[in-house]
Design a protein around this ligand. Structure first.
Ligand SMILES: C[S@@+](CC[C@H](N)C(=O)[O-])C[C@H]1O[C@@H](n2cnc3c(N)ncnc32)[C@H](O)[C@@H]1O
Length: 244
């Protein structure tokens, strides 16, 4: 049980999540009850769920708000959403935006759909797909050939690129660049949660980032909450977007 989670009754939660807190408390309760058994969180995560998963995910939200400032559409894709991080957390905090959670594993998609219902989110859909298939769907939508075969459900669900693509713990930047940047609209951004190795990762991936029209890659320290260790976010703009 997560009765040891020292943030459970903390005022920090209301500070960070604001009006989204009840939805996130419902998500937390489901994660606490079922997350480990369903293979979505590790046994050692159980008493640090708020910090490691929910607050950590919330760190992308201010960067998403900034990206929406100069965008026509407030759309976000979370690639490799898994248990819903950061996608479900950000979706609860940004009800004005539309979220697409892209996740290939069937049982994780079932979980994500259950969470959407539990959290009463009406701005979020789940698409069962690999990033490569989602990219293929966009290529088809633009009248180009897709290198990857694309299931019909994916073609129907993904027709437009996204203002923001986000992800956490999916792949190193050398691979992630090709899995995410083609999904980002011109004028949009990849906003990826990364660990301390973020700068090394973008340095290593400079060629891969440039190849998919990524420009101005940078690492930004992202506050989590007062008194908690900040995290890191990699931001890559899509060629044609405003210079940061
Ligand atoms: C380590 S989990 C991270 C899940 C979640 N983002 C988090 O931070 O807790 C990686 C996730 O990426 C998904 N994944 C793996 N390959 C993928 C691909 N090619 N396209 C999209 N998602 C992928 C996996 O199914 C898994 O759910």
């Amino acid at each position: 049980m997560a009765e040891d989670d020292e943030l459970r009754d903390s005022a920090l939660l209301a500070d960070v999540f604001g009006p989204a807190l009840p939805k996130l408390q419902a998500f937390y309760a489901k994660l606490e009850a079922e997350g480990e058994e369903r293979g979505l969180i590790g046994p050692r995560d159980q008493n640090i769920l708020w910090e490691r998963h929910l607050l950590n995910s919330a760190a992308v939200v201010p960067f998403m708000r900034q990206a929406f400032d100069h965008a026509q559409f407030k759309t976000v894709a979370d690639v490799g959403s898994g248990g819903g991080f950061p996608g479900l957390v950000a979706a609860a905090m940004l009800p004005e935006a539309r979220f697409t959670l892209i996740e290939p594993m069937e049982r994780r998609c079932v979980w994500l759909n259950e969470c959407i219902e539990t959290m009463e989110l009406n701005n979020t859909v789940v698409v069962r797909a690999r990033a490569e298939e989602a990219i293929g769907a966009l290529e088809l939508a633009h009248g180009r050939k897709s290198k990857t075969p694309v299931p019909a459900e994916v073609t129907e669900s993904i027709r437009h690129p996204f203002t923001v693509v986000t992800c956490r713990a999916v792949a190193p930047m050398t691979k992630l660049a090709a899995w995410t940047m083609p999904l980002v609209a011109t004028g949009g951004e990849l906003i990826a949660l990364k660990g301390r190795s973020a700068q090394t990762e973008i340095d290593k991936a400079s060629k891969q980032i440039a190849k998919v029209d990524g420009v101005h890659p940078c690492v930004v320290e992202a506050p989590v909450a007062d008194g908690l260790e900040p995290t890191h976010v990699v931001i890559v703009s899509k060629r044609g977007s405003k210079r940061r």
